[in-house]
Write a protein that binds this ligand. Sequence first.
Ligand code: HDE
Length: 698
Amino acid sequence: MATQKKPAKPSKKPGAPTSPRGAGDERHDMAGGSHPPLTTNQGIPVADNQNSLRAAAGGPTLLEDFILREKITHFDHERIPERIVHARGTAAHGYFELKKSLGKYTTAKVLTEVGVRTPVFTRFSTVAGGAGSVDTPRDVRGFAVKFYTSEGNWDLVGNNIPVFFIQDAMKFPDVVHSVKMEPDRAFPQAASAHDTFWDFVSLTPETMHMIMWAMSDRTLPRSLRTIEGFGVHSFRLLDGAGRSTFVKFHWRPVLGIQSTVWDEALKLQAADNDFHRRDLFEAIEAGAFPAWDLGVQVFTEEQAAEFPFDHLDPTKLIPEETIPLTIIGRMVLDRWPDNFFAETEQVAYCPANIVPGIDFSDDPLLQGRLFSYLDTQLSRLGGPNFHQIPINAPKCPFANLQRDGHMQMAVPKGRVNYEPSSLQADSPRETPRGFRSHATPVDAGGKQRIRPESFADHYSQARLFFRSQSKHEQAHIASALVFELSKVQTPHVRDAIVGHLRHVDMALAERVANGLGMAQLPEAPPASVAPKDMPPSPALRIIDRMRDTLEGRVVGLLVDEDSDAAVIKALRKAIEREGATAKIVAPRVGGATLDDGTLLPADGQLAGTPSVVFDAIALLLADDAGKRLAKEAAAVDFVRDAFGHLKAIAADTGAQAVLKAAGIGRDAGVIDADLTEAFLTAARTRQWDREKKIRTLA
Ligand code: HDE
């Protein structure tokens, strides 16, 4: 905004144009091209966009200045209420292509027309933090997909965890209040590690299964491109005769699932608040389009009756070993939104948006969700016409007799705004192809507020999840519980949680109690159903299921003056051949002059580009540079953190001084000879066995 020095003196003669940009007074224009005239929202051309209208050069601003008032008023209203949960998110456009028809079970075209590409808009989010919070807290990730099908919009509004904290929608405001910042002090932001959350959990044993997932590395994704997604609830598929089959939806990342370690996630919060959205943006810009396979678990009412749990309880999953996953299609995200607000912020997902051939189940959490989303969107988006916002509008024709309301964009014609009617030949009518509900029988038990007895087992699947993990992941869960509970200041809450853990796994309870420094193991609360042992489900792990690949990953190359140009070139080529990206880090962003005299520009300056943003690092330094950087904290931390985060490190002779200064020991992931092949092999995974040597895990 232009400022006026005091004392103000009229800078122009009376009658001279008031704008500093009078005719012919063009500012240096880097963009070139011909610019349309700037206008108000009423289309009135603006002659001066630098100065408000004042009674005199030093006088008060006039109320009459409609240009100023319009601009400020618009600005004042540029924010809408943020989502009460899932406020921080990022999204992309793409398509879903069906590969295998579910025609045997459903009439939904999106699930039966093989080869058809349905446009999608997919938003990923954290749950607890506000819109301005960071991307990498320990938190569940939302995974919401809007399919713009030829039969209307289908929203699959899921998470990256297949179960939820609570069983009944009645408890949602409580669990969300407890996890968000505490109401009197307004902290912590985007963190579950505080008293109110764990107090609620300790008094709500149904949360235990989801707690195991939340404390696992699932809530520390390396990239949004490497998370799984789950529809959570059972839905119904309906065939042409109205027969129903149950279905659960799963998204599987084509790059494989990958997570960070906790210390890395913490440091990422400082290194790059926008780590995940930047990563998604850069991948799409580079044409490395993120993709997920859509899998389904299809099962009948009869099969469901045999499960040792109730699949309508959203704290339960169906092990893939019981009902295998069938991959039916692929989603590819290939286009970044043009405008964050218009699209990512204004998009409104709703689990009630389903298409003919799909129907809801009686999962009481899903039933509550069917009400909540439209309700919250009415206030978030300001009225009942938000479906007309381009990102929300169906891409198939749509018409009904709803009229008027805040921000009506359409101009409906004619007299008929009711149905039935006989006055207008083109008024919309019901169709036999329309949505039908499954005729689900309802028990004649009478209206009541009650949890089914089949929902009473709160610990068996928590145990199943914990015992299905690799030993590294079990240690991470135990350590995460110690970390979180160490932030809880109320001793009886810590005790109560450890008491619940005894039902999950006695060894886990002991590890956590020990990590918290408890003198003795607290009592276990009574369990309404004794936990059952279920056969372990390896499909629930991350580490053993990660793909050993460099594809989609980012390798940081630290260089400085006189670094070996040939080695850098060869390594870069090898990295790119694997489908990964190499990024150059140097003490100065202008780059470094290599030993062959060429200047290599840097992608990041060392002080602002710590190794947490990379999947593996290589230090390619001349002797002098190595000695210099050995005294540079940013360089020493670069290596120390990569080592601590179990990443592969390549270091040439000159870089040994930095390794030494960082006190790095040798293991299979620290490579100083054969800088390409051996390094790439190590970089395809993490050095899990290194962890016990460098970190005390519970
Ligand atoms: Fe949501 N949830 N939720 N949720 N949810 C919202 O809707 C709600 C639940 C999920 O990127 C809100 O438009 C209730 C489970 C995602 O815009 C709100 C209950 C799952 C997103 C709401 C649940 C989710 C939301 C906030 C329990 C995984 C972000 C703003 C009965 C299957 C969508 C909004 C986006 C957003 C309510 C539980 C996923 C308040 C009442 C379970 C991914 O309506």
